[in-house]
Design a protein around this ligand. Structure first.
Ligand code: EPZ
Length: 419
């Protein structure tokens, strides 16, 4: 397994282009299964999870053509089987997103039950209960979800918890159901909106996306279309935090400043000067050390849990004491133990981390445990004296395209070492 070695240095300066959003491209690729003809998806990020999803669809017999510039043509009409096997689902939990489309379009699905992961148990009970409420017969045995439905029926669903992929799975299922489905307490994430826009581009009738109440009028069929994936707000936030931590400056392009307000407000609170345009965000710390900021994660539009680890890294070297409260996942502090190895002063009390900023961290070998934790270790390495070696960086490659090239172009010293 490859390693990354980061040598701590001074402020980073420069510009990066943001790729398409991983957490939008994944449900949209699954959503192509709803179509009755060829679909073209543009601005797809070049990530391991995308490769896994293409492999999953390919295994089902779906024809995929990867064109220049990560444009993917999907012909779902060649599908042969309606199953997502364990060996693929265990590498990517988001494979559960084929469940709703398969049951809605083909009346059956066999999907391996996603296991937990480093950040939490992550059950999918709300996905299954919603499909059952729409008339699907669901059996879970031998680690597989087997679902059947002659035709799903629209109904009113009230989700116990805000669940992003739960909302997405049920919205996709409802798109081809008989009648109207209302989803209350729906997730409001921008990626849910992007998926709704994609389904509507195929002829779907979804309204309310971005609010907590979705109204989906089932249609008889969905046609192919051409759709471009939205920019990745978490990749955007990660590079902004990296520049803020190092006291540097950055111009982030091909992004959307309107989908990460909570993050931009926290960066300004940390002392950053931020300017925005239609598709860019600039941040300048003017050489200053960031001020510590308190973080409380919650569903969109509140502060995103996927940016929690990155701000933990910033607070480790910020001026002052801060608290980080993680309310979405029960075990999303694996990065904290690794940052303590770099000399961070952090106490964990239940779902709250109390961080006292230090002037400098010191480099050490650390272990990546999950996608965003590993990104936070990379940016911590930028401000740690000496070398920080990060192992198990396959976690990073799942969600960040060309991370070492992008950071090198910003003046960081970072190399990938094959093990
Ligand atoms: C999505 O995961 C994202 N993944 C995650 O990003 C993100 O952290 C998360 O939403 C929260 O924003 C994708 O979109 C592919 P949830 P998801 O269902 O949908 C509980 C990354 O780094 N829950 O919103 O799996 C669950 O345990 C990844 O890119 C149930 O109890 O998250 C959690 O505590 C990590 N039962 C909470 O809800 C269910 O049926 C929110 O989970 C579903 C969820």
């Amino acid at each position: 397994m490859d390693k990354l070695i980061i040598t701590g240095g001074g402020p980073i300066h420069g510009g990066v282009r943001i790729a398409g959003a991983k957490n939008s491209a994944l449900p949209i690729l699954a959503g192509t299964l709803l179509a009755s003809s060829r679909v073209t998806i543009k601005n797809v990020p070049h990530l391991h999870d995308i490769t896994t999803t293409m492999g999953l669809l390919g295994r089902m017999g779906v024809e995929l053509v990867l064109n220049e510039g990560m444009v993917i043509e999907v012909d779902p009409t060649t599908i042969q089987t309606y199953s997502a096997p364990y060996e693929l689902v265990k590498t990517m939990r988001a494979s559960i997103l084929v469940l709703g489309p398969l049951v809605a379009r083909y009346g059956e699905a066999e999907v391996s039950l996603p296991g937990g992961c480093a950040i939490g148990q992550r059950p999918v009970n709300l996905h299954l209960e919603g499909l059952q409420a729409m008339g699907a017969e669901i059996n879970v045995e031998n680690g597989y979800i087997r679902a059947k439905a002659k035709r799903l029926k629209g109904t009113r669903l009230v989700l116990d918890l805000v669940t992003v992929t739960g909302t997405e799975n049920l919205m996709m299922a409802a798109a081809l159901a008989d009648g109207e489905t209302i989803i209350e307490n729906a997730a409001r994430e921008p990626e849910v909106v992007d998926l709704a826009n994609f389904i509507n581009a195929m002829g779907g009738k979804i309204s309310g996306a971005g609010t907590d109440t979705l109204v989906i009028e089932g249609v008889e069929k969905l046609n192919g279309c051409e759709y471009s994936v939205m920019p990745d707000r978490i990749e955007t936030g990660t590079y902004l935090v990296a520049a803020a931590m190092t006291g540097g400056s950055i111009m982030v392009k091909d992004t959307d400043p309107t989908i990460l307000d909570a993050v931009l407000l926290k960066l300004e609170e940390a002392g950053a000067t931020i300017e925005t345009g239609d598709d860019w965000i600039s941040l300048d710390m003017k050489g200053k050390r960031p001020k510590a900021v308190n973080i409380h994660t919650a569903p969109y539009p509140a502060f995103p849990t996927d940016m929690q680890a990155q701000f933990a890294a910033l607070n480790c070297v910020a001026d002052g004491v801060s608290t980080i409260k993680e309310t979405v996942f029960e075990n999303r502090f694996m990065h904290i133990h690794e940052m303590q190895r770099l000399g961070a002063d952090i106490q964990l009390e239940g779902n709250t981390a109390i961080i006292r900023g230090v002037e400098r961290l010191t480099g050490a070998p650390v272990m990546a445990t999950d996608l965003r934790a590993s990104a936070s270790l990379v940016i911590a390495g930028l401000v740690a004296e000496g070398d920080t070696t990060i192992e198990r960086i396959y976690h990073i490659d799942r969600g960040y395209d060309c991370i070492e090239e992008k950071f090198s172009s910003l003046g960081a010293t970072i190399v990938r070492v094959p093990e």
